[in-house]
Design a protein around this ligand. Structure first.
Ligand SMILES: C[S@@+](CC[C@H](N)C(=O)[O-])C[C@H]1O[C@@H](n2cnc3c(N)ncnc32)[C@H](O)[C@@H]1O
Length: 418
C-alpha cells in the first residue's frame, strides 16, 4: 500500500488538509531525539552541536535533531549513559503524570527497549519503577540499557503482564501501558511497518490492548494514574480501547501540556505535523474507585543477599512475592566481577575505588578495547574507574604508565567516533 492510501484508510477522522499535512510531514523526514540527565545538558550540546532543546516545561531535558548522518549513538557520552536516544513524542508520554511529591511505585507494563522507563526514571530518581517486558530477548536489551544509564531506581522483570499476581492489585501509583500495536505512527521512520501493515493486525492488537488495559486498571491504586499509549493512528487501538475498557472505577483526565496535540474523544495524538517526533497516541486515566494498598505498610522482605550485590531501591523490600526479576538494581563494585559503575541519585559516584580521568581521544580508544597510555608513571598496580568529564566509562588496571582495559569484551564499541 502507498503511504497516501494508508493514511486515507487509517486516519478517516482527519480532514483533507490534515491528511495532506501528515503526508507532507512524513515525506520531509523524521525528527529524532534523546533524553539527557539534567546535569549534562550543556555538555551534550557541546558534543552534539547539531541538537536542540526545543521543548520547555516537562520536556526540558529532551533534545531533538533532524534525521541526518550524525550518529549520536556512537559518542563517548552515549556509552557513558549520559543520554538515551528516543523519539521526542515517545518521551512526551511518561512526562504526563500529574505532579505529586510522594515516592511513587510505578509499573511500566511493556517496557523494552526502555525509552519511556528511562525518561521517567531520570526525572523521578526517588520513585521505584518496575520495568516489565514479556519477551526475554527484549527484556535483556532493556536491562542492558538500564545498566548503561546507571539507574538504580529501576527493577527489570520479564513476565506476561497477565501473570502479575493479585497481591499486586491496587498497589501501583502510576502505570505506563505502552501497548504493542500495528505501528502506523512509525511509517515515516520504519517504512517496513507500512509493508507489514494489515487491518487484521490492527484488530489482533486491539484485543491484546483491551486485555492489558483491564489488567492495568486492576493493578492501579485508588487515585493512581495510567498512561495508555500506542504508536498507532487507528481508532480501534486508541480511543476504542479506552471506550471498551472504561468502567465506573476510571475517569479520563485531560492532558494539560503546554504542547499542541490533536485531541480525540479520550486522548491526544502527537502527529508529526504538530509535534517534532513520530506519531504517538496517549490517554490519561485515573482510578476513582477501589482500594489503595499502601506498600509502606506491607511486611518487609529479607533482601540481604541482593543488597550485598546490588544498589537497590528501598521499596524493593516491600514488594509482594511473585515477580520474575532479572535485574533488581545496579550491581555493586566487586573486584571479581566488574559491574557498571554506580551513581547515587545526584550522579555522585558510589564506587569505592580510585578514578582516573582521560581525554576524549583516549576514551574512544578505551571504549574500542585498547589500553590507555598515561603521562604519569604509577608505582602501585591497582584497579581504577576510567572517567571522561567525570563520567564513568568502565574499569581498568593501572600498570606503570598505562591503563589495562577491563571492559567486558561484549561492551566494546568498535565504531565509536572521534
Ligand atoms: C511499543 S513496545 C514498548 C516500547 C517501550 N515502552 C519503550 O518506550 O521503549 C511494546 C512492547 O510490548 C511487548 N508485547 C508484545 N506482545 C505483548 C503482550 N501480549 N503483552 C505484553 N507485552 C507485549 C513487545 O515485546 C514490546 O516490547
Amino acid at each position: 500500500m502507498e503511504l497516501k492510501e494508508a493514511y486515507e484508510t487509517i486516519c478517516t477522522y482527519l480532514n483533507e488538509s490534515e491528511k495532506r499535512k501528515l503526508l507532507e510531514s512524513n515525506l520531509t523526514g523524521a525528527f529524532k531525539g534523546g533524553v539527557v540527565k539534567p546535569i549534562y545538558k550543556d555538555l551534550v550540546k557541546q558534543h552534539l552541536p547539531y541538537i536542540d532543546y526545543p521543548f520547555k516545561d516537562e520536556m526540558d531535558n529532551v533534545f531533538c535533531y533532524r534525521q541526518n548522518d550524525e550518529k549520536p549513538g556512537l559518542n563517548v557520552l552515549h556509552f557513558g549513559g549520559v543520554y538515551y536516544l528516543l523519539d521526542p513524542s515517545s518521551a512526551f508520554v511518561p512526562n504526563q503524570f500529574s505532579k505529586n511529591d510522594k515516592t511513587n511505585l510505578v509499573l511500566d507494563m511493556c517496557a523494552a527497549p526502555g525509552g519511556k522507563t528511562i525518561t521517567y526514571a531520570i526525572k523521578h530518581p526517588n520513585d521505584l519503577i518496575i520495568a516489565n517486558e514479556i519477551s526475554l530477548s527484549r527484556a535483556n536489551e532493556l536491562a542492558k540499557n538500564i545498566e548503561r544509564m546507571g539507574l538504580a531506581n529501576v527493577i527489570v522483570t520479564c513476565m506476561d503482564p497477565q501473570e502479575i499476581n493479585d497481591s499486586f492489585n491496587s498497589i501501583f501509583d502510576r502505570i505506563l501501558l505502552d501497548a504493542p500495536c500495528s505501528g502506523s505512527g512509525m511509517f515515516c521512520k520504519e517504512p517496513k511497518m507500512l509493508e507489514d501493515w494489515t487491518y487484521d493486525k490492527v484488530i489482533k492488537c486491539s484485543l491484546i490492548q483491551k486485555q492489558l488495559l483491564k489488567k492495568a486498571i486492576k493493578l492501579c491504586a485508588l487515585n493512581g494514574e495510567i498512561l495508555y499509549s500506542t504508536c498507532s493512528y487507528s481508532n480501534e487501538e486508541d480511543d476504542e480501547v479506552i471506550e471498551a475498557t472504561l468502567d465506573e472505577s476510571i475517569e479520563i483526565v485531560n492532558i494539560n501540556s503546554s504542547f499542541d496535540t490533536y485531541k480525540t474523544k479520550y486522548g491526544n495524538i502527537l502527529f508529526p505535523y504538530i509535534f517534532n517526533g513520530e506519531g504517538q497516541y496517549v490517554s490519561k486515566l485515573r482510578k476513582i474507585k477501589g482500594d489503595k494498598i499502601d506498600i509502606n505498610l506491607l511486611k518487609s522482605n529479607n533482601v540481604d543477599k541482593i543488597e550485598k550485590q546490588y544498589v537497590i531501591h528501598p521499596l524493593l523490600k516491600k514488594l509482594p512475592a511473585g515477580l520474575k526479576i532479572i535485574k533488581p538494581g545496579i550491581k555493586i563494585y566487586d573486584n571479581r566481577e566488574h559491574s557498571k559503575i554506580i551513581y547515587d541519585n545526584d550522579y555522585k559516584f558510589l564506587c569505592p575505588i580510585k578514578k582516573v580521568e582521560i581525554t576524549y581521544e583516549q576514551a574512544c580508544s578505551f571504549i574500542k578495547g585498547s589500553e590507555v597510555f598515561l603521562n604519569t608513571n604509577y608505582s602501585k598496580k591497582e584497579e581504577v574507574v576510567v572517567t571522561y568529564k567525570d563520567i564513568p566509562l568502565g574499569y581498568g588496571r593501572i600498570v606503570s604508565n598505562k591503563i589495562k582495559n577491563l571492559l567486558p569484551k561484549g561492551l566494546y564499541a568498535p565504531n565509536i567516533r572521534l
